[in-house]
Design a binder for this molecule. Sequence first.
Ligand code: FES
Length: 618
Amino acid sequence: MRSSILFLPFKRKIAPDPSMSLLDLSQKLSLPLTSSCGGKKICGKCKVIIVETEGPLPEPSDRELEILGPLIEKGYRLACETLLTGDAVVRIPEESQIGRQVILTSATHHPYQARMRPSVNHYFVEVPPPTLDAPRADRERLLFALKEAYGIQDPSMDTFVLRELPHALRSDQNGLTAVIRNKSEIIAVYPGKEEGLFGMAFDIGTTTVVGFLLDLHTGAKLSVQSAMNPQIPFGDDVISRIASSQERPDRMDTLRQSMVDCLNALIADASAEARIDPSRIVDVTAAGNTAMHHFFVGLDARYLSMAPYLPVLQSAQDLKARDLGLEIGKSAYVHMLPLKDGFVGSDTMACILASRLHRVRIPTLLIDLGTNGEIVVGNREKLICCSTAAGPAFEGGHIRWGMRAAPGAIEQVKIDPKNLDVNVKTIEGKRPLGLCGSGIISAVAEMIRAGLVLAKGNFNDQIRTPRLRKGKEGLEFVLAWAEDSGTAENIVMTQKDISELQMAKSAVFAGARLLMDLFGNESIRRILLAGAGGNTVDPHDARTIGLFPASAETEIIGVGNAAGLGACLALLDKDKRKEAQSIAAKTRYYELSGSARFQELFVSSMFFTSAQDWKDQF
Ligand code: FES
């Protein structure tokens, strides 16, 4: 009998393969096993428990011994390090499962309203039947009727529309409705008078994907659906995912197909909620970072991670939805918003479009605190952008107890400055499982305010409290004791975690400062925080850790999922597509990787200048 490996709690079986690690096998089964580093044996997040095995269990590697320590005795192993060849039962513990994330589906609170100028429209016509005296073919009769009724000259017609045309013309209903794109191509024909006209806008993020189903006549939002990005098992950040896409010849296709399946599921759910047939969706817009764009379209993303970090293309594209695999109207198009550079994608262009940064007079700083830290400084005169290698700390990556913004994640921390007691607020009020980005920022900000963390980022070892103690990586502060946590372990912030956050915040601060200098050294009076991280970060905490260069007067506004709103605007108003293109052309990209000034600012921004000992430092 063939051997098999059973993955619990999912009850999924697969035959062992001597060339595939447990991580590879779990990915083949599409199991939600976290692998933040994409199998590079760095993150230590792919922990599994070997419940039983018939075949040989390889000795743990040095890396496993270092990361797992005493957990090895309990059967824990790293999935990306472990190859099994015989029958086995493997459990993916809860802390290693990719959790449901709190996904930012709301649009910005910006009052800007869309003008209704969709790129597709309905045209109802009565087409005279053919006669023996005037033997005109179906297509020619329809074109003649459209010209007579609407002045539309010779639109082209997709093959799929031609196949439908004879049936639509000969139905028992009066007349025919043609759906015409930009008055130049007929993309659907329906018998009789058809009223509904629908489109979908997608925000394809590295971590989450959101789809908005909109009525193209009224602009009404009929449904908003969201999902975790199905490519997460191949790496949390775009660099890990690009590396993963090169590991196997079929990996690129796996990544692309997983995204197509995800978008089709969102389309199906949105259509079901709005009670429409998905085939009646006749237009789509999509915004995402450059790597997500390339994976979805099926473009080779490898050169994005090599200097000079160039994408395959930059301009907006109109692609047939069927060529991409989307299950909507057969002749419908997908408008991919323009990219700026390898690390500044159409999501940033959509953020600018939605926040109207390119139209305001006041110089404004826009920071997208998602998985990638994109920064734009600008106003109606000019726009400058960069992408900071902030690392995944804002999303919980590389943090000992870091996790995504899922139920059980600590999102806010309060420390009593007198007795150093800690209160944590978790998403959905569950027992704490770890810290999400806003929780990490909040914890460090509170520790600074309580005098526990000093200007250099080190713990104040003069403070006596059982919560500040020596751990295996040096001093650590206990945020939740094992008996109160949902993991039965103490949830702590380590010295290394604080250093990770220092590096992430310094990268954002230095990127923003550099762009502000390039912009003309004007002080910034308004900061817009976009993205999943941006909307939930407390501005007071952000100021305390020095996340951006802001004075006490600077107005800080959370603008929610601005990329999603930008994609919606481009769906409802075709002029916004041109505007996005002109934003991309107008925006200057500044590459930080070779900048000595950035390095200088990065190092000098490491300090916590609000710490109690800051003044003693200099
Ligand atoms: S250590 Fe295994 S996926 Fe990162």
